[in-house]
Design a protein around this ligand. Structure first.
Ligand code: C5P
Length: 228
């Protein structure tokens, strides 16, 4: 089976207090988006679809390591709409058994080792899975600034991207979630709604998602440490 990649990059970054969308901020030597795209393009992918906002005038002016692999689509209102738009575009190339990896453009520190581990672990799988790390902090449910209860953290995982599924299943799952107006915040969530098993593949805690301004400094430190 062949591999395809999708990078949803159409978010407005509303939790990020900056006029520049977070994927266009510079991290050491290039933008967040260039780091993420270039790392995913190291994989043996047939193509990589970037979903960007209709108002985006920056993305296509950037230089990338493997420009010939890139395809562009206009994203949607929610992350899932952006991913669905990219999936519908890929329908002309991909077969049901092909693999598709969806990776947040806001995760520029993804390691080649973790990507390879994900591919290896899922190679014989009929559905797919995602990179995740076990929750390490104590979790509490709160209400109005008060602890309600401690939530046992055994069996709890923090989910990352890439999330990797058979193309036909993911397209089906996303289309059904859309039709039924189910709230899904990641690809696995849509697959779970179909009652299909999703594999958890151990990733690294350094695969952070840039959400707040202070995450940029952390990401820069992670990239520097990876380069040593
Ligand atoms: O906002 P958040 O960090 O959860 O977004 C995760 C990813 O989804 C980001 O890469 C963002 O650009 C993308 N996204 C999108 N279309 C939207 C909302 C978010 O492609 N409508």
């Amino acid at each position: 089976a062949r591999y395809w990649a999708i990078l949803p990059a159409a978010g407005s970054g509303s939790r990020f207090a900056s006029t520049t969308p977070k994927q266009y901020l510079t991290l050491i030597n290039k933008t967040v988006m260039q780091h993420s795209v270039d790392r995913i393009c190291q994989l043996p992918v047939q193509g990589c679809v970037l979903a960007i906002s209709a108002h985006d005038e920056t993305a296509k002016t950037l230089s990338f390591a493997k420009p010939a692999l890139l395809h562009w689509v206009t994203g949607g209102v929610e992350r899932m709409d952006s991913v669905l738009a990219a999936m519908q575009y890929l329908q002309q190339f991909a077969t049901a058994q092909d693999w598709v990896l969806v990776h947040d453009v806001a995760r520029p520190c993804i390691l080649a080792n973790d990507l390879q581990h994900l591919l290896d672990e899922l190679k014989e799988d009929t559905v797919g899975g995602l990179l995740a790390v076990p929750v390490r902090d104590t979790l509490k449910r709160g209400n109005a600034g008060q602890v309600v209860e401690t939530v046992p953290r055994d069996h709890l995982w923090q989910c990352q991207t890439p999330q990797m599924f058979r193309f036909g299943l993911l397209l089906d799952a996303l289309q059904q979630a859309k039709t039924k107006q189910q709230l899904v915040t990641d690809e696995a969530g849509a697959i779970e709604q179909l009652g299909l098993p999703v594999k958890l593949v151990n990733g690294s805690s350094t695969n952070i998602k840039i959400t707040y301004p202070e995450d940029l400094g952390l990401a820069a430190a992670i990239l520097k440490a990876q380069a040593e």
